[in-house]
Ligand binder design. Structure first.
Ligand SMILES: *[C@@H]1O[C@H](CO)[C@@H](O)[C@H](O)[C@H]1NC(C)=O
Ligand SMILES: *[C@@H]1O[C@H](CO)[C@@H](O)[C@H](O)[C@H]1NC(C)=O
Ligand SMILES: *[C@@H]1O[C@H](CO)[C@@H](O)[C@H](O)[C@H]1NC(C)=O
Ligand SMILES: *[C@@H]1O[C@H](CO)[C@@H](O)[C@H](O)[C@H]1NC(C)=O
Ligand SMILES: CC(=O)N[C@H]1CO[C@H](CO)[C@@H](O)[C@@H]1O
Length: 690
């Protein structure tokens, strides 16, 4: 979620801790296999091999084999659990518990532990099963974000932040995941960093995926921070752990027929300086003296993710890959952002190959630069899409009730989204919400104030318009008419945006035991009758007499011509850009900034420990894969140049690049030794292959 474009960060939060300038070096450490550490806890509590034949319903056994009938019996009863079912069937969850699958839209779940890559599940009768083609532009993406889960945010999980703040004696205000992690590390009495993993275990569970399918939704967008992959010394994040939970999410999505849009939400150095990038403060990707280096380090991670999700075991589930959430496009500049995106696109397509079915749709966030500016970007790109996050709540505020906004989404977004489908190609709203004001606990971050109440600390003055609690947040007392207005507003947003992900599925309680940002929770809206129970009801809400009807160019959906980007376009976008601009630069030529070189050993992401039986054929996949799809993708990883100096990746933009940039390298070698020593303690390196 963005703040208003161009806002300055609060002075109080600039450079919150004094940090030594410390060259940080991508560690080169012996390979450490982490398979054991990432074991995905798929509970295989069932005693025997079962049929892999999909039954329409658990109550009607497919019975392909008399000795291994598919039944709906629970494991506890000694019977064999069903591998599939529809509305009313009993599901055995991956933790061994059972629950009743409720899906009014004729969705079917599918889970056979002996065939764990089977993609037969379907979220609703009208959405393609995972083993069928999703026709972008024709089939609608109706999704939710799983915000606040693997990338925490104060406003989505306020109790986590409040509790740590109450306990914290050694740190200042906990404002982002970085400071949360520091506080947890100090809180050894309560388990230290395991408290963050406890949050991963509890905030989103398998039942959420079943509920999302039952809500008529067919996609989830899952924000992931780079720390899922690797954390270097001096960076306060929990390393690698969230990756384990992402792998669980993949299996749960598969089980309930949901497709995933993997959203790389937080990059090293931060791509936007906002709290939800992991660290509130400066931004350092394509901006500032470490802007090139951080982008190159990010390209390593993008490539590792792309190689992983392009494997046949994963590619039909992880159908989209948002390579970078909300970069500060207006500071970076359109052309440099496009150059960076092209490098990311190349990393993905080199991993996946081109053509429909080969790897994900790539998604580029618009960088808050007008949608029209993207017209014509990357002609012939194979399955590239644009991501935009329209919000009404972070601009001027108003006391007008929600009933006065019923056509606003149609008026302000409908035309531009519709036009973009024609002049760029596929566009998705990766985020939107039901909020029309910035009311809600921590919606602007911790201690940032609220525009509506006149207390917002940036970009004032903001007049006091009223009281958020009584005017907007008191959802327990909303009238039926107010709830109806929210449903209408949500439907108008959905119809205007066409393909969308609500931000977010769930908002946790504050320590007061209530949800204090109700406009941001799809689940709470369903529970309290202010979200549409069937999102298809949104179709036609805007009365768009002439909507985009879905004829994307063949190349945009992986058909003829896909991937044949003209060489003149490619050379314009060659990596690295010649010049990047930022306030502290003595000179902005990219050659005068720290950068990396592609000589590092390959790093792969660990796979889950799911093993299919030899007879499993659904995806042709009987193993969890190696983590790396394309063995011909063998260029080195970006790594430091032995003779060059580097700054702290989080240094900020007001610092000049190291001078001289590259010397005999003595300083750096000493630092690399230190880096290795510290890193070995902080985090094991990802698996290296070569
Ligand atoms: C998808 O899976 C179902 C159940 O196994 C199967 O009947 C169907 O043929 C599959 N569809 C495709 C396109 O492979
Ligand atoms: C808003 O109203 C609530 C409930 O009456 C009250 O508790 C709260 O203090 C008020 N907030 C402000 C900022 O005046
Ligand atoms: C939030 O608090 C309410 C009680 O106020 C409780 O019923 C509910 O279960 C809590 N939700 C979560 C997710 O803990
Ligand atoms: C939507 O786009 C189509 C072309 O793709 C155009 O014909 C139509 O007029 C547009 N509708 C609106 C309401 O902008
Ligand atoms: C200061 C800051 O970064 N605030 C952001 C924290 O996250 C919320 C929710 O995503 C944003 O709305 C704020 O702008």
């Amino acid at each position: 979620m963005r703040r208003g474009a161009g806002e300055k960060r609060a002075a109080a939060y600039t450079n919150p801790r004094s940090r030594r300038k410390k060259p940080i070096i991508i560690g080169i450490v012996a390979a450490v296999l982490l398979i054991a550490a990432i074991a995905v806890g798929v509970a295989v509590t069932l005693g025997k091999h079962k049929s892999t034949t999909a039954a329409k319903d658990s109550s009607t056994s497919s019975g392909d084999s008399a000795s291994n009938p598919t039944t709906s019996g629970s494991p506890a009863s000694g019977k064999i659990a069903a591998v599939t079912g529809s509305d009313g069937s009993t599901v055995t969850a991956s933790d061994g518990s059972t629950f009743v699958y409720t899906n009014p839209f004729s969705g079917t779940w599918y889970w056979d532990p002996s065939d764990p890559y089977n993609n037969a599940a379907r979220p609703q009768s009208w959405s393609p099963a995972l083993n069928e083609t999703f026709n972008y532009g024709v089939d609608k993406i109706r999704g939710v974000n799983l915000g606040g889960w693997l990338v925490t945010e104060p406003f989505i999980v306020p109790a986590l932040y409040q509790t740590m703040q109450q306990r914290s004696t050694t740190t200042g205000t906990i404002i982002d995941e970085w400071t949360l992690v520091e506080a947890m590390q100090a809180d050894t009495a309560n388990g230290g960093l395991s408290q963050l993993e406890d949050h991963y275990k509890t905030f989103i569970t398998e039942q959420d995926f079943a509920q999302i399918a039952a809500a008529g939704l067919n996609f989830v967008r899952i924000p992931l921070g780079y720390w899922a992959i690797e954390v270097l010394a001096g960076e306060s994040f929990l390393p690698k752990t969230s990756w384990t939970y992402f792998l669980k999410a993949v299996q749960w999505a598969r089980k309930y027929g949901l497709r995933i849009n993997l959203d790389l939400h937080a990059l090293p150095g931060s791509q936007n300086g906002w709290n939800h990038s992991g660290r509130l403060g400066s931004y350092n990707v394509m901006y500032g003296p470490m802007g090139i280096a951080n982008a190159e380090r990010s390209l390593n991670y993008i490539r590792m993710l792309a190689e992983f999700i392009s494997q046949p075991e994963y590619r039909d589930v992880i159908a989209m890959f948002g390579v970078t959430n909300e970069p500060q496009g207006n500071s970076i500049g359109l052309s440099n952002l496009q150059t960076y995106y092209f490098a990311a696109y190349n990393a993905v397509r080199t991993a996946s190959g081109t053509g429909a079915g080969n790897g994900p749709m790539v998604s580029f966030h618009d960088g808050f630069i007008g949608l029209d500016q993207w017209s014509g970007y990357l002609p012939n790109a194979d399955r590239a899409s644009l991501d935009s996050h329209p919000y009404l709540c972070f601009q001027g505020q108003s006391t007008n009730p929600i009933s006065s906004y019923l056509t606003t989404p149609c008026d302000v977004w409908g035309g531009s989204f519709n036009n973009t489908m024609g002049n760029f190609g596929f566009i998705v709203a990766g985020e939107f919400s039901n909020a029309v004001t910035d009311c809600g606990l921590y919606v602007n971050g911790v201690n940032q104030g609220v525009r509506y109440e006149g207390t917002y600390i940036s970009d004032g003055p903001w007049p006091t318009l009223g009281n958020c609690t009584t005017d907007w947040l008191d959802y327990q007392n909303w009238s039926p008419a107010t709830k109806k207005s929210y449903i209408t507003f949500a439907k108008a947003s959905m119809d205007a945006l066409q393909n969308w992900f609500f931000w977010t599925w769930k908002v946790g309680n504050s320590t007061a035991g209530i949800v204090e940002a109700p406009h941001w929770s799809y689940q709470l809206g369903l529970q309290n009758d202010w979200m549409p129970t069937d999102p298809r009801a949104a179709v036609g809400q805007c009365n768009n007499a002439n909507p985009f009807t879905g004829t994307l160019s063949a190349w945009q959906t992986g058909g003829a011509g896909a991937g044949s980007i003209p060489s003149s376009v490619q050379s314009q976008l060659a990596w690295p850009p010649a010049v990047i601009s930022f306030p502290g630069s003595a000179s902005s030529a990219a050659t005068l900034l720290p950068g990396y070189t592609q000589t590092g050993p390959l790093m792969t992401l660990p796979t889950a420990t799911l093993t299919a039986s030899a007879s499993a054929t659904a995806t042709g996949a009987t193993t969890a894969g190696s983590g790396w799809f394309n063995s011909a993708d063998s260029a080195g990883m970006w790594e430091p140049i032995a003779t060059c100096s580097y700054l702290d990746p989080w240094i900020g933009s007001s610092v000049a690049p190291p001078s001289p940039l590259c010397t005999g390298g003595t300083v750096r070698r000493g630092d690399m030794a230190r880096q290795r020593a510290v890193e070995a303690r902080v985090t094991a390196t990802p698996t290296r292959r070569r």
